[in-house]
Ligand binder design. Structure first.
Ligand code: ARG
Length: 431
């Protein structure tokens, strides 16, 4: 089920769904709340109609819509019921056009943490999210929803693209670690993150949670919740000597969950990995770990010409290693053939339910052996739908570079760079 392959690649400067620019661009200040932006009542109503249409036993939508209209009139926003929240989150996944793993959208567990607002509490609950999601290797699709944006009261922000990501350390012209996070790594270092004395290829970045009152706060992911899989190969003994590994849980943490006109800016969610995300992208892309040449060389291939297909063969062996190692470690993972079949099953189900299923071919089709998967050989409906997970330009930029801050005028924003005492405190917390 997994792959909310939503997040990482294309950076959408403007929300593809609502066309909105970043709400963070003009954040309400805590001391002088900006006038509330007009609430999109029509979006609220459309969501409630969807909820009642898909829950016939709940009766007619009318009374609830009237109630919500009145609440918006009074307060400038409204509060989802527990059931609406869980349904909205699941439908946001169902609508994720880039995700091949949506067959199990109904099964996502929802943690309602709308009352959690302080940065340190949000960080602690992100750690708890990882513990619950990892579930000893039997990964559980899970979303944790923190406080929504409300007039004059913005919700918390998580800067990191994912709860677990590896640092990219620059050393001269080369990068040790994940080149994607070079900017983020240097920003968190300047904020007081105590990187390991010897930079490693797989150093887990700290979480950065920002609120309008606390400013950005750094915290480490404790070792004991961090499950990683060391990579070995089913037949190539030397493969393990490459010293590669990857983390078990892909947990996207910087997409805004939008349900019925309400934004939940911090709502980390996870499924499980499809092997190619690691083996054909994270470890293989030129601008990521770029490992195909070293693997091909160890395979004894002639890399002097493209025509030996050394890249292609290395790609297959790397991906075999990923699937083999996760299985060996007892960590849930799926392969692109299985996941493609499941996706078509999902499309069939959605069609029978009378719904159109938005899908983006360029994201759905796996990055290797594409024509061998059934998802390659067809077209899809592309229209975006809400509820959904969205990103805006500032969010994307924060995830990659650690800037701009969402609340530059926050009371606690003076914590960049961290006072030395705090920096020491982080160092002590390092696992
Ligand atoms: N492709 C991203 C990564 O490799 C993860 C995106 C979400 N994937 C998932 N299976 N839920 O880190």
């Amino acid at each position: 089920m997994p792959d909310t392959i939503v997040a990482l690649l294309p950076t959408t400067p403007i929300c593809p769904i609502t066309g909105a620019t970043s709400p963070a661009a003009a954040p309400p200040r805590p001391e002088a709340p900006a006038p509330a932006p007009a609430f999109d009542v029509a979006e609220a109503e459309e969501f409630l109609r969807l909820y009642y249409a898909e829950h016939p036993a709940a009766g007619p939508a009318g009374p609830r819509i009237a109630q919500v209209r009145a609440e918006i009139g009074r307060t400038g926003t409204y509060r989802h019921t527990d059931l609406e929240l869980a349904f909205g989150a699941r439908v946001a996944w169902r609508n994720s056009a880039r995700c091949i793993g949506r067959l199990y959208w109904r099964s996502m567990q929802v943690r309602d943490l709308r009352h959690v607002r302080r940065a340190s509490d949000v960080a602690a609950e992100c750690v708890e999210h990882l513990r619950l999601a990892t579930n000893g290797g039997r990964l559980r699709p899970l979303i944790t929803i923190f406080a929504p944006d409300a007039p004059g009261r913005p919700g918390p922000r998580i800067w990191n693209e994912q709860l677990i990501r590896y640092a990219g350390h620059t050393s001269g012209d080369t990068v040790v670690g994940d080149p994607r996070y070079v900017g983020f790594t240097s920003t968190v270092r300047s904020m007081g993150w105590a990187a390991p004395a010897t930079p490693g290829r797989f150093d887990v970045l700290p979480l950065v949670v920002e609120t309008a009152t606390d400013g950005p706060v750094l915290s480490e992911i404790p070792r004991d919740v961090l499950v990683e899989v060391p990579l070995s190969h089913p037949d190539l003994a030397w493969f393990a000597d490459l010293g590669l590994r990857w983390h078990a849980v892909p947990a996207i943490s910087n997409m805004r969950l939008r349900i019925g006109g309400i934004d939940y800016p911090a709502a980390p969610f996870n499924g499980w990995y499809m092997g190619t995300e690691i083996g054909a992208r994270n470890l293989a892309d030129h601008d990521r770990y770029d490992l195909l040449r070293p693997v091909a060389e160890r395979l004894g291939m002639d890399c002097s010409t493209d025509r030996t297909l050394w890249r292609d063969r290395a790609l297959v062996e790397l991906n075999r290693a990923v699937l083999h190692s996760f299985e060996l470690a007892g960590v849930t993972i799926s392969d692109h053939h299985t996941e493609s079949q499941r996706f078509l099953q999902h499309l069939g189900k959605e069609e029978r339910a009378g719904r159109s299923c938005p899908a983006d071919w360029s994201w759905i089709v796996p990055p290797m052996s594409s024509s061998q998967t059934p998802v390659f050989h067809r077209y899809y409906d592309e229209a975006d739908q809400l509820p959904g997970f969205v990103v805006d330009a500032d969010t994307v930029s924060r995830g990659l570079t650690g800037a701009p801050a969402a609340f530059p005028d926050a009371v606690g924003a003076g914590r960049i760079p961290l006072p030395p005492r705090r920096a020491r405190w982080y160092r002590r917390l390092r696992p």
